[in-house]
Design a protein around this ligand. Structure first.
Ligand code: SME
Length: 166
């Protein structure tokens, strides 16, 4: 690995559809993650790349550490640092081992409001050998931002990270 690697330039056509943006984004994520072995560095760049592509309110990771999710690299306002299993949208996605899409966070029992501006949310677990090791959490300040297109592509992003997880 080149220790003096220059930063990459994200190439996204902002006028493209959501699916087209994800289709352009994913190979760039694969290239960045494939060129670096450090997980924190990779989560940091993946959070940035998703955030820069879609300008969501908050994009980031929580890692499973013991009985809690602990805040990892993110883009956006400061956030809750620890979430218990089964709590909030993140803890629910961890407990269920499945992606959770929430169109209106106020309707989600136990939603943890790290930011009062958040209106909708998607949380995608990152699974290694069937075990959740982290979650990718994205918040929007608009209702119903996330749908099956986001689920499909963000699960691919989670799989890219799962493949290099250690
Ligand atoms: N709303 C999340 C907590 C994390 S923040 O949104 C960044 C939840 O309910 O799990």
């Amino acid at each position: 690995m080149n220790s003096s690697s220059m930063s990459e330039n994200l190439i996204i056509d902002q006028s493209a559809s959501k699916a087209e943006k994800y289709a352009t984004l994913l190979p760039q994520i694969e290239a960045v993650v494939g060129a670096e072995s450090d997980l924190i560095a990779n989560m940091a760049n993946v959070a940035s790349m998703i955030h820069e592509t879609f300008h969501f309110w908050w994009t980031g990771f929580y890692r499973v550490i013991g009985e809690q999710l602990v805040l990892g690299p993110f883009q956006g306002p400061m956030a809750c640092t620890r979430i218990r299993r089964g709590r909030g949208v993140c803890g629910t996605a961890w407990e269920q081992g499945e992606t959770v899409v929430v169109p209106d966070v106020e309707q989600f029992p136990g939603h943890i409001a790290c930011s009062s501006a958040s209106r909708s949310e998607i949380v995608v677990p990152i699974k290694v050998n069937g075990e959740v090791v982290a979650v990718l959490d994205i918040d929007s300040e608009r209702y119903s931002t996330f749908d099956d297109t986001d689920r499909l592509w963000l699960e691919k992003v989670a799989a890219v990270l799962a493949n290099v997880w250690r």
